[in-house]
Design a protein. Structure first.
Ligand code: PLP
Length: 472
């Protein structure tokens, strides 16, 4: 049973014995006991059960423990994150606010220091050594980013401030050029405000209309409703990959396929998927995809807009200035090709280097390993939390990433957040910049814990204990 496994697990985890946990959990699963405590309605638990089943070979005791441990024991990476050793209110920090931003490993902090100590210069135009070093570092970061999401070329990557700027760039450049008053843009009910408001602004300018795909009770997009909404007036689809409020992983591949059958371009907002599982733009086949570096262990103020070659070609520049021009006279300007066409002015050179360092760092751990470990954390936390009287988990889709949103009868979300903070546990409370989806579930505010690979089962126990004590 979970309870037995976890009371021994607590000590094991402190000693970084995640291997032991997995073997225990697998053992229990094979006795059909692990999931007994899961309440009805958590259909994503079935998914995890299936995951266990599919992954039987790598976690049987016959597997060499070395291989097994290197695959899934992620606790050893905690030491790479200096901030995780900070005390908050006299307690060890437990960072469950990863959906808002992630903590930074030493590799990223060191890359920034190295850049400023050895390479700092403006890029592309200088005739001196540091300009060449800085340019190389910036362009290497672009190449790393392209390879991380399996883009065909670094030229598919435009550096932006983050997901918000990437969406605004596409909404403005595409919307203001190609949309007319009878046209429609489709988004979903799950969207973050960053994937609603830019399109509303474009609609105000052009007269185009916003259409919204509804979600079911679990918080998953209803594909059949999407198929009903899409028609000859639809000119663009912009969809989240993972809901920041509910954790739902949306069927982006199917959405892209359906939209492409109508010749419609699709943007995928990968702000909340990029750090949790492998994101492959070639496989998804989206025309555009955006993400923010700070959600994947990189600095704030840097992110990426991926665009297919043809999709970037048909977009006019978003902003004008240096770097994006080939030639300027007072009569006309000739632009560079993408990505330079969209990078007006001095970019965030140092933080792009930080982004490259972060992507290299997580690639070293392996995004599959991260996905697998975080699924375990989510399953464990959801199963424990759902046993507390008065807890309601919001977002129970079959496919979920590391987001656990909930309410607790008799307590405001603010009270819960404060009680957790008093114990050094950082969660986010409020509407999470996703008011429409919370209101779909009759709520204005939820408590949201979001997990990263550096979180542990022991930390979840601490979190559960604070929530349980609130109810006493
Ligand atoms: N999209 C989603 C799904 C998000 O969760 C967020 C941020 O939380 C954003 C977009 C905006 O990201 P940023 O503020 O880094 O631009």
């Amino acid at each position: 049973m979970w309870a037995t496994t976890m009371s021994t697990y607590e000590q094991k985890e402190i000693e970084s014995k995640i291997l032991g946990y997995y073997l225990d959990a697998y053992d229990d699963y094979s006795k059909q006991a692990v999931f007994d405590t899961a309440k009805d309605g958590f259909s994503f638990l079935d998914d995890i059960r299936q995951l266990y089943d599919e992954q039987k070979p790598p976690i049987t005791p016959q597997t060499s423990s070395k291989q097994f441990q290197s695959e899934i024991d992620l606790s050893r990476y905690r030491k790479d994150f200096p901030i995780l050793f900070t005390k908050v209110n006299g307690k060890n920090l437990i960072w469950f606010d990863n959906g808002a931003t992630t903590q930074k490993p030493k590799a990223v902090i060191d890359a920034l220091t190295y850049f400023y100590e050895n390479e700092n210069s403006n890029i592309h135009r200088g005739a001196h050594t540091l300009a060449a070093r800085a340019t190389d570092a910036y362009e290497e970061a672009r190449a790393i980013t392209a390879s991380f999401i399996n883009a065909p070329s670094p030229d598919n990557i435009v550096f932006v401030r983050g997901a918000t700027e990437g969406i605004n760039l596409v909404a403005n450049a595409f919307g203001c050029t190609y949309l007319k008053s009878e046209d429609e843009i489709i988004i979903s009910h799950l969207e973050h405000h960053a994937n609603i408001v830019p399109w509303q602004l474009v609609c105000e300018k052009t007269g185009a209309k916003l259409r919204v795909i509804p979600v079911d009770e679990s918080g998953q997009i209803i594909l059949s409703e999407f198929q009903k909404l899409i028609n000859h007036r639809t000119k663009f689809v912009s969809i989240t990959h993972v809901s920041n409020a509910l954790g739902t992983i949306t069927p982006v591949k199917e959405i892209v396929q359906i939209a492409h059958a109508y010749g419609i371009k699709v943007l995928v907002d990968a702000a909340q998927s990029i750090s949790h599982f492998p994101v492959d733009v070639t496989d998804i086949d989206a025309d555009f995809l955006v993400f923010s570096g700070h959600k994947i262990y990189a600095p704030t103020g840097i992110g990426a807009l991926y665009g297919k070659e043809d999709a970037l070609k048909i977009l006019p520049p978003y902003q004008g200035g240096g770097n994006m021009i080939a030639d300027v006279t007072f009569e006309r300007t000739i632009y560079q090709n993408a990505p330079a066409k969209f990078e007006a002015g001095t970019g965030n050179i140092a933080d792009s280097v930080g982004l490259g360092a972060a992507l290299k760092y997580v690639s070293g751990i392996g995004m599959e390993n991260i996905a697998r470990y975080e699924s375990e954390l989510l399953l464990y936390a959801a199963s424990k939390l759902s046993q507390i009287d008065g807890v309601k988990i919001i977002g129970t889709a079959l496919n979920k990433a590391s987001v656990l949103s909930f309410t607790l009868d008799g307590f405001t979300t603010d009270e819960i957040g404060k009680a957790l903070n008093a114990n050094g546990i950082a969660v986010r409370t409020g509407h999470h910049c996703a008011q429409p989806i919370l209101r779909r579930f009759g709520l204005e505010s939820v408590v949201r814990a979001t997990f990263a690979f550096y979180n542990t089962f022991y930390e979840i126990d601490e979190f559960i204990s604070v929530i349980s004590n609130l109810k006493r």
